[in-house]
Design a protein around this ligand. Structure first.
Ligand SMILES: [Zn+2]
Length: 576
């Protein structure tokens, strides 16, 4: 081997190894790989080491992004799977080696709000492109003008941005209409489409009876096609599938139809719109999508999708046809995700809107105090699973707890407080850390002989009992008759003493809004209802420093849970 051949070999394996190990190549593993590929180099390993060291140094000084790009560019064959270094490994994509670049798209319809189920979709799309140094597109699937609203486009962009997802490109199916018309015209010429003037009932009936209609048999002239596309004749355009097929999706599905409604982006320019079944495969092909990930409900439509991409391939419109990947839809126990369910809760006055904190729309989760890291880890932990999953709300909370625990400041809050008097206090103030282990600063609390405590803590105590005011000092109960009177006994913690939490005399009135996703019913017809106590308000006293908090601040009330501040005197309990 020449010196430059050896160099290239070293470079390839170092780069690959680095890209698999968070940007840092390991000398030993690189040597092993090189010798495995060229055993003859083993005889002069000293020389080889001298070659390798400076190259590894150079590569390790690059960023991971740069390494992956370089690897893709110079050694495309090395586009291998990441080993199990991922926190939540993903299964391999089908045929991933046969595409130049892995391209996925998240294609929401801007006719509603994103919820946790959508997070599953875009996290999978996004993670696969990260894994393969590919590209991730956000495509607005906006070909049914009826329910599309400008605000939904904006909200989806905000949601993705908040979740830390940066698309490589943002596209709109409504931008492709001219191209879709052109392709459809060619599909007419190739005998794949026909204009059907049957009434919708008739179409439905014929589908059930597996019967073709007369229109299926006649050829459409160029004039008819262009008259249809410019809405001069009525009817719908159907695909010549197979009316005898056991797959109902193949029984001449509708591909284009007239929708006489203004579109937020194109106005009244078009009135013939493609259905999802036509728009999805065409836009996927035009954009060079390598893998179209769809939830399992679409599986029946896979055959149709593949037939259309084959037609596009025959038309020369596509280099490599997209591969379909199915994943199971994610719903949650304790909160509905279906549009009709949520709409009915709004109609019944159970919730005000789509941002109610008991819901799992992204806006609701955000407002409640879920953070992107918690939501993402929860969703990623579920993987690509093909079986339907409906995890408990508590599982989502557990991931959020982990994500927030180190960054939330701790404060004191006492619900429904009663007064407690302490005699002989030796101090005038106390400085407490905001976090038991992390360095999140501290606060100084002025102390007088008056405190607020929870009746629950006091009720079980008798006169003469000794307890500890948490992080403060120990007291003995003297009198429980009207105000609870106690006296200071000592400062050092005594492990046997029960700890109770407290707020000093200058505490402020504070409300806690508590959502509870275990309080719901699902009736036999599947309709979901929240029980009245699924959202309650608890008033209490918070320590005085809480008056400096502002909307959006996250904190933990000791022994209560993780909260998000919503106003100067109230917070939401995100979860325990
Ligand atoms: Zn017909």
């Amino acid at each position: 081997m020449t010196k430059s051949e050896i160099e290239e070999l070293v470079f390839k394996h170092s780069l690959f190894n680095a890209s698999q190990h968070e940007g840092k190549a390991n000398l030993g593993s690189v040597i092993n790989k090189i010798i495995a590929e060229k055993p003859e180099l083993k005889s002069d390993i000293k020389n080889l080491m001298n070659e390798i060291k400076p190259i590894i140094e150079k590569i390790n000084s690059m960023g991971l992004d740069e390494q992956i790009k370089l690897l893709q560019k110079d050694f495309p064959d090395m586009k291998s799977e990441t080993k199990n270094t991922e926190k939540f490994p993903l299964p391999s994509l089908p045929n991933f080696n046969s595409y130049e670049t892995i391209v996925t798209r998240f294609s929401p319809n801007p006719n509603g709000h994103l919820h946790i189920g959508h997070v599953k979709a875009f996290r999978l799309d996004f993670r696969y492109t990260q894994k393969h140094a590919g590209k991730f597109f956000l495509r607005f699937d906006d070909t049914n003008p009826v329910a599309i609203k400008t605000e939904f486009y904006n909200e989806i962009l905000e949601n993705l941005d908040w979740m830390g997802i940066k698309p490589d490109q943002i596209t709109y199916t409504s931008d492709y209409l001219d191209e879709i018309y052109k392709i459809a015209t060619q599909m007419f010429h190739d005998n794949h489409l026909y204009i059907c003037e049957c009434k919708s009932d008739m179409i439905k009936n014929n589908r059930l009876k597996k019967q073709i209609c007369e229109h299926n048999l006649s050829d459409n002239s160029d004039k008819q096609i262009s008259d249809f596309l410019s809405s001069r004749i009525s009817g719908v355009v159907r695909f010549k599938g197979d009316m005898k097929s056991n797959n109902t999706a193949m029984r001449d599905p509708v591909m284009l139809r007239s929708v006489d409604e203004e579109h937020p982006r194109t106005g009244k320019k078009y009135s013939i719109w493609p259905t999802y079944d036509l728009a999805a495969p065409i836009t996927d092909c035009l954009e060079g999508v390598s893998h179209a990930l769809r939830s399992k409900e679409f599986e029946l439509r896979d055959e149709l999708y593949n037939e259309i991409t084959q037609i596009l391939s025959d038309q020369g419109k596509v280099k490599s046809r997209p591969s379909l990947v199915s994943f199971s839809r994610l719903s949650m126990k304790g909160s509905p995700t279906s549009k009709s369910n949520i709409k009915s809760l709004i109609d019944k006055g159970q919730i005000d809107n789509w941002h109610d904190i008991r819901l799992v729309t992204l806006s609701a989760l955000h407002k409640r105090g879920f953070i992107p890291e918690g939501i993402s880890n929860f969703v990623d932990s579920l993987g690509l699973s093909k079986s339907e999953s409906s995890p408990d709300f508590e599982l989502l909370a557990s991931f959020n707890r982990k994500a927030r625990d180190k960054s939330d400041k701790r404060y004191f809050f006492v619900p429904n407080p009663i007064k407690l008097k302490v005699n002989n206090i030796p101090i005038k103030s106390v400085t407490l850390k905001h976090h038991p282990t992390e360095n999140l600063g501290d606060r100084t609390i002025d102390i007088s002989d008056e405190f607020f405590v929870s009746p629950d803590d006091i009720n079980s105590l008798n006169e003469g009992d000794e307890v500890r005011l948490m992080d403060l000092f120990n007291i003995k109960i003297i009198n429980k008759s009207s105000t609870v009177t106690t006296e200071y006994t000592s400062t050092e913690p005594i492990s046997s003493l029960k700890k109770i939490h407290w707020v000093a005399h200058d505490g402020i009135n504070f409300n806690l809004l508590i959502p509870d996703n275990e309080k719901y019913t699902v009736s036999s017809d599947g309709s979901f209802e929240f029980l009245p106590d699924s959202l309650t308000t608890h008033s209490g006293i918070a320590e005085s420093k809480c008056k400096n908090l502002s909307e959006g601040d996250m904190l933990q009330f000791n022994r209560i849970g993780f909260c998000r501040v919503i106003s100067a005197d109230s917070a939401i309990l995100s979860h325990k």
